[in-house]
Ligand binder design. Sequence first.
Ligand code: SF4
Ligand code: SF4
Ligand code: SF4
Length: 610
Amino acid sequence: MKYHPFVIPFSIGLAFVILYIVGMWTFWIIRLSRREQKIVWKRLFSFRTIEAMWESMMEGLFHRKIFKKHALLGYMHMSLAFGWFMLIVLGNFESRLYPHGNINPPFYPIFFEFFRHDLSPLREYEEIFTFLMDFFLLLVISGICLAFFKRIKSRILGMRRTTKHILIDRIALTSLWFIFPLRILAESVTAGLYNTGHFFTNFLGQNVIYNLPLDQLYYPAWWAYSIALGMFFVTLPFSRYMHIPAEILLIFLRKYGVKEKEAHSTFTKIEQSACSRCGICIDSCQLSTDLNINDTQPAYFIRDLRYSQPNERMRETCMMCMRCVEACPVGIEIAAMRRNERREHQIFSSTGYEYLNGHTYPKAKVAFFAGCMGHLTPSVIKSTLKLFDAAGVDYTFIDKDGSICCGRPLQLGGQEKAAKQLIDKNNTLIHNTGAEVLVTTCPICAREFKQNYHLNIPVLHHSQFLLQLANDNKLKINKSELNIAYHDPCELSRGLGITKEPRELLEKVGNVVDPTKQAKNNSLCCGGSLGITNISADQKKAIAASTINQITNSETNVVATACPLCKKTFNSAQDEMPIKDISEILVQNLNHTDSKNPAQVKESKVTVSV
Ligand code: SF4
Ligand code: SF4
Ligand code: SF4
């Protein structure tokens, strides 16, 4: 077996990183709950494993999701990951084809050209290997040049700003950037002396650096290359590069059905390590784009969670709008992690919701809940009920006498115990009406009822229910020339995935125009979010004004919302553009000739299909 002491730094680094990763993976897996471990074992030998392998390859090597965000940024990540992977794989093939003893120590393929100066025993493969090794080396170098360029001019790679890194990240990053230039140097010096390279390293060795004292540079170059590799491996587990092995485990666990729970768990730790601190979430956040708050986004929140404890500002400065969740190429459940962190710091004061005990409402097929946001925008309630009357809906208005909150703001703020009290009271209220369906105008409430109430009746947002009525011909709407810009509320689009129904409904009234890519799952927040309490009213208005500006153009006549809070926030930020709830636009275009006397209509039956 060939050996030289310069391989020691590399070998120590490699041994350390392998032991650390295997140790961490084992530790994480045995720390999963019994239920999670059962799920993993049950699904291990299923199609999900193949899907996870495929996803690991597409994301880990080719960075498919980053490509979708920006081609050059995707290329940068892909060239580094795929290029390096190919160098390792080809190096292994090459060294195994070369006749040598039975043992192929890990350093041998990596430093193959140091040990073998006569490549002729590889026969016809020599040309292919030396060419491919040079080609993939160049591919990696192109990625490093782009990464370096990104630090200076990130916008060319589609990023407004890059993440500010901590010391250990900088050390790891510097050693990574040095690895490949040093490899080129070592291989070019060797190629200059022994003709072991191809178009790139031979050219450098024999035409560019041939005047240098190559024989004196030979050993230092290989030592430096080995030290850079060793240094990167030793720093990897403690830096952002731990995301490489952690993301693979995360992909598999996610495919088997493991996810964030209602409190931090081992899965949270895996997600923390899988965050690459790429900074894509910073760019997607309106706190950054509209208010220039650039230090509380998930890249930093998760970093603090991994190394210490996020402070109050870090924990609370977030609208919980989930735009970053949508943008994150690793698919980290960022909102759930932040909610759990808030939950851990909840201060419970028993506020008491006893006053709700006295409320009873008539029984009906449909229970309508306006919520506190609904009561703050009475015009939305009025128009929705007018539409119900026109369609003859048998409904009961369960919070008619006062604004009852659904509990969502408490949930967003991590006030779990107080929310639980409220949920219990509301559950009784809803149950006593005997309703077959619950309808709400507020997406915030709709999400809360769906996800945290365990009601045994369907919950519909009013856009879904009104569309049913229109499609069943219970509501007759006139089509007009209105150009409508529809704003997807975050709780409705990202939260519940409801983007089709509001548009279909609005198409019955006018033309829905989308002059922006900021729609559906990528929609902008109105800024009025209940998930943030530490930005000022003016800062909220700045976000709202910027959102209106981006989703409208000179053709737009009206902005339609499907969320009372959005309507209120948009209206308080500007008065040039009319802002209306979907129900208000429908009422204006109701075909009155078809609308019956409400008294008669009340008696007609509506079939509730869900
Ligand atoms: S949370 Fe996602 S988008 Fe943000 S830095 Fe981490 S990996 Fe990148
Ligand atoms: S949830 Fe919204 S506000 Fe919070 S960090 Fe993500 S994008 Fe920014
Ligand atoms: S009010 Fe609407 S848009 Fe604003 S944060 Fe809430 S759901 Fe999102």
